[in-house]
Design a binder for this molecule. Structure first.
Ligand SMILES: *Cc1c(COP(=O)(O)O)cnc(C)c1O
Length: 468
């Protein structure tokens, strides 16, 4: 299996190179040349597999050219063995034919652990084999950073720099990053918002001299290996909700579009998914796109669901590429227009195809709080702010009540204690391994939101660490 760039102008790469490269040299995102296929009969046979065995089955076709089945099994066993439940991703019944898929049983309590714990180990495996080293630079709106840091801490062949928007992540989120005191972990609080952080990271990647000099790599959801690891829990939950005998619908609280795109990949691989409902907060660029066929970024608002305070959904490019039947030149035109003008429009045909599989709904902070309160009163189940938007979107936009609806619960409520308490009256407790988080020592640097200063800071730090 080789990988191609959405922009059609970068070399085809094998899995290990895609893993280490992140963004393609033409500015595009890597995708496999073809989608491995699972028939209904294959799916029926996968129903009784453990999470680990299922993960190996689903991911092997994407990696087997460079990672053996035994190696993959070892990495996956090690990854999900560290989660706090044997089930890894429990599917909990919430209402009538309505389920919550709990994706917060990893070390940092958000779904990003499912991909990043895997990614860190995969990096280690490939780097050790090659005898090389990496510098990881990532931007976070909150949850990616801590999950990436947990995944890469204390690994000799990795230095990790995580940029978060200063003052714009929750205290729990900041502390989950800044209290990791490992020498290879470097937290930066950057002036500006998440998109400014992401733009700084993109500019670092675009600086080819710097990129080569420090052996730059990404952990943002532009990294294909993350999407790949997330595909697994769609298979896992659909099989538990009744597939392949029934199709399944998904509701996904959405920011960068990585999580929902992983679901689309599962569908392309043969999983019977009939609908995706995306949920947004006030940062509703994708909902506006569904409504108007026009992608237009606006200012970013701060909300009680900060992990979705994003106006540019990087992974949407992969989805567009698929809906455009992989026409790189049409995609390039749209991306060029977006870069120059801040908006682009698509054809009616494109929108028709999108609406065959996708719908969406937005909730402001008051709407989100009401959802948390109502669901808690109804069922005793405590949702976090992001997952609540998933539930609200599912209920508002469900096409067929006979089809099981699976809502992805992307974070533990204790990650957003203030908003959850205000909405429900209940203070969500942190799990035992994080109960002293507020007492731990913190370490991070503050920088103004400038590309040159960030670049100089990284170079200086790497020199001090003897890595440059
Ligand atoms: C990152 C994140 C999201 C958004 O996921 P995308 O893959 O960027 O769409 C939603 N909820 C939580 C809790 C997150 O951490």
């Amino acid at each position: 299996m080789k990988y191609i760039s959405t922009r059609g102008n970068a070399p085809k790469l094998a899995f290990d190179d895609v893993l280490l490269t992140g963004l393609a040299r033409d500015g595009g995102l890597y995708l496999p040349e073809t989608w491995p296929q699972f028939s209904a009969a294959d799916l029926a046979k996968m129903k009784d597999l453990s999470y680990v065995d299922l993960a190996v089955k689903v991911m092997l076709p994407f990696v087997e050219e460079v990672v053996s089945r035994d190696e993959l099994t070892k990495i996956v066993t090690d990854t999900y063995g560290a989660f706090d439940t044997d089930d890894v991703a429990p599917l909990v019944k919430l209402g009538d034919n309505e389920y919550v898929l709990e994706l917060f049983h990893g070390p940092t309590l958000a779904f990003k652990d499912y991909a990043l714990q895997f990614l860190g180990r995969m990096f280690d495996h490939v780097l050790t084999k090659r005898g090389s080293k990496l510098t990881i630079v990532g931007a976070t709106s909150g949850d990616t950073g801590s999950a990436a840091i947990e995944a890469c801490r204390d690994r000799d062949n990795i230095e990790i720099f995580i940029l978060h928007p200063k003052g714009k992540v929750s205290e729990v989120q900041r502390r989950q990053m800044s209290t990791v005191l490992s020498d290879n972990v470097h937290n930066i609080a950057l002036g500006g918002n998440f998109d400014d952080c992401q733009n700084t990271v993109k500019a670092l990647f675009a600086d080819e001299t710097f990129r080569d000099e420090v052996n730059l790599s990404a952990v943002n959801s532009i990294n294909w290996a993350r999407i790949m690891a997330q595909v697994v829990y769609y298979f896992w939950s659909a099989l538990r909700a009744g597939a392949p005998d029934t199709s399944v619908a998904y509701a996904v609280p959405t920011g960068n579009f990585g999580n929902v795109f992983a679901g689309y990949v599962a569908k392309q691989m043969g999983l019977p998914i009939s609908q995706f409902v995306i949920g947004s907060n006030a940062n509703d660029i994708l909902i506006r796109f569904i409504e108007t066929g026009r992608m237009e970024s606006k200012d970013v608002y701060e909300t009680t669901s900060p992990s979705m305070d994003i106006q540019i959904s990087s992974n949407f490019e992969r989805f567009m590429f698929e809906l455009l039947d992989r026409d790189s030149s049409a995609l390039n035109d749209a991306m060029q227009e977006f870069k120059e003008t801040g908006h682009f429009a698509v054809t009616d045909l494109f929108m028709e195809r999108l609406k065959e599989v996708m719908d969406g709904e937005r909730f402001d902070d008051a709407g989100t709080a009401k959802l948390i309160g109502d669901v808690y009163k109804e069922t005793g189940y405590l949702l976090d702010t992001h997952s609540a938007i998933g539930v609200g979107a599912a209920r508002a936009r469900r096409w067929d009540k006979a089809v099981p609806m699976v809502i992805l619960a992307t974070a533990h409520p204790a990650k957003f204690p203030d908003a959850v308490k205000a909405a429900s009256g209940v203070h969500p407790e942190l799990p035992a391994h994080l109960s002293d988080l507020y007492e731990r020592e913190e370490k991070y640097s503050e920088l103004p939101g400038s590309f040159e200063i960030t670049k100089a800071y990284i170079e200086k730090t790497l020199k001090e660490r003897g890595k440059l």
